[in-house]
Design a protein around this ligand. Structure first.
Ligand code: PEP
Length: 252
């Protein structure tokens, strides 16, 4: 089953215009200069989407947002609709990142609603799941991740419009990562949950990214795992050299 590796950068709430432009231009130049087998995605903050879109022109790097509202338009002060994102040239949006699940109390139901709306507008989604440290220590990782799959992934999800990102919350921005055996175990369980929900054929084709302190030094072993189909990268996506070095470690 061929699943093209996806190397995705989540810039979170970082970069003003000058810094973001420079970073995107550096990444774009490096991606153009080399032959990569993988796909690339960059998710800057909303404020930089239009600017970064211009920097990525002529490259194969897709543009994505970090969140979206489920409504088409209307009285939702401060929110951004799916069509606003496609209008700016976005191909993807991240949904259900743990920083939104925790900081904004986003539920599986809300994430599911957002995914349906995004797909309807033609956006692909990167739906994030992952356990807390306490859940891991209590042996609940697989159960938590499978529940998040059943609750957050909509029935209309296909291998084309949906990517899953498994991000253990305790590994995000901490420099800690699970063992490769643990990562493979969770990814395989996630794929089984996807098969139960969407059918085996869709699950076999759907990409499952790993996220949480991915860096050049651990990318090779993580990306080589049979059920890991790419990476969602936070901190290391803010340095062009590191982001590209991770992609260079993607399996050929
Ligand atoms: C993330 O927040 O999506 C992430 C994976 O962050 P980091 O790579 O910094 O751990």
């Amino acid at each position: 089953m061929v699943r093209k590796t996806l190397i995705a950068g989540n810039w979170k709430m970082n970069c003003l215009t000058q810094e973001g432009t420079q970073l995107a231009k550096e990444i774009a130049a490096k991606v153009k200069a080399e032959k990569f087998d993988c796909e690339f995605l960059i998710c800057p903050p909303f404020t930089l989407l239009a600017t970064i879109k211009k920097c990525l022109r002529g490259t194969k790097i897709a543009l994505g947002a970090q969140d979206v509202h489920f409504a088409e338009k209307g009285a939702h002060t401060g929110d951004i609709s799916p069509l606003m994102l496609t209008d700016l040239g976005c191909k993807y949006t991240i949904i259900g990142h743990s920083e939104r699940r925790v900081d904004h109390q986003e539920s599986n139901e809300l994430i599911n609603q957002k995914a349906v709306a995004a797909h309807k507008a033609g956006l692909n989604t990167v739906i994030c799941i992952g356990e807390t440290l306490e859940e891991r220590e209590n042996g609940r990782t697989i159960q938590v991740c499978q529940n998040e799959i059943f609750g957050s992934v909509p029935d209309d999800a296909t291998a084309k419009n949906t990517v899953i990102a498994y991000e253990p919350i305790w590994a995000i921005g901490t420099g800690k990562t699970p063992t490769v055996a643990d990562v493979q175990e969770v990814h395989s369980a996630v794929r089984k949950a996807l098969a139960k929900k969407l059918g085996k054929s869709t699950a076999d084709k759907m990409r499952i990214l790993y996220g949480g302190s991915v860096k050049p030094s651990n990318a090779k072993e993580l990306l080589a795992l049979p059920d890991v189909d790419g990476a969602l990268i936070g901190g290391a996506s803010l340095k062009a050299d590191d982001f590209i070095a991770i992609a260079q470690n993607a399996p050929k």
